[in-house]
Design a protein around this ligand. Structure first.
Ligand code: HEC
Length: 178
């Protein structure tokens, strides 16, 4: 291939890149009131699922979960997650319905994820989505408790949820940092 051909090919590539950059900056609507197109949503969802499941495989979770851990997880969930993700019988906060992507109701959505993946998501968050990383300020014990609770969310009744989150007795040792 001559250097002229390479030069021409590079020219075409550069023109395409400039075109894409202009399209992204001018034509693409960043408003959260504008829904993601189906193709964009599908691409983001698929990328997110694959990325999470490949990274979560090495996470080590305990074999069993104690009641104390579950109720600790419930308190964390009510304080840090429910306003975006709702709970059994509890709607998410109105403002969170203005986010794109809209945070899913975890009572249903948690059933699609393995506990390791839930742990990974809570620890690391999801870029460009508004799902925060809790790892930087929550220790392994707290993340394990949150994971245990979220894994049980799909089978939990509104009554159980209210009982677990009404803040009875468990009085943790450390001050809550939510
Ligand atoms: C400020 C809002 C917000 C808070 C607070 C929040 N999340 Fe999320 N979360 C999101 C959004 C938005 C997504 C969707 C990400 C996507 O689809 O790309 C998400 C996705 C998830 C998912 C994947 C569900 C799915 O099927 O897409 C899990 C699991 C999750 N969050 C767990 C948690 C837990 C556990 C907490 C609390 C420790 C929490 N989130 C707190 C906004 C939030």
């Amino acid at each position: 291939m001559g250097s002229k051909t390479i030069g021409a090919a590079l020219g075409v590539v550069a023109t395409l890149l400039v075109g894409i950059a202009i399209w992204l900056s001018v034509a693409y609507n960043v408003a959260a009131t504008d829904m993601h197109a189906d193709a964009v949503r599908w691409t983001l969802d698929t990328t997110m699922h694959r990325s999470v499941s490949s990274r979560a495989q090495d996470i080590d979770l305990p074999e069993s979960v104690s009641d104390g851990m579950l109720s600790q997880g419930a308190e964390h969930y009510a304080a840090s997650c429910a306003h975006c993700h709702g709970g059994p019988g509890v709607e998410p906060a109105t403002w969170s319905r203005g986010m794109r992507p809209e945070p899913p109701h975890l009572v249903e959505a948690a059933a699609e994820w393995e506990p390791k993946e839930i742990y990974w998501i809570a620890e690391n968050g999801i870029k460009m989505s508004g799902m925060p990383a809790f790892g930087p300020h929550h220790g392994r014990e707290e993340l394990l408790a949150i994971t245990a609770f979220v894994s049980q969310l799909p089978g939990l009744s509104p009554e159980d949820y209210t009982a677990m989150t009404s803040g009875g007795g468990h009085g943790g040792t450390a001050a809550h940092s939510e």
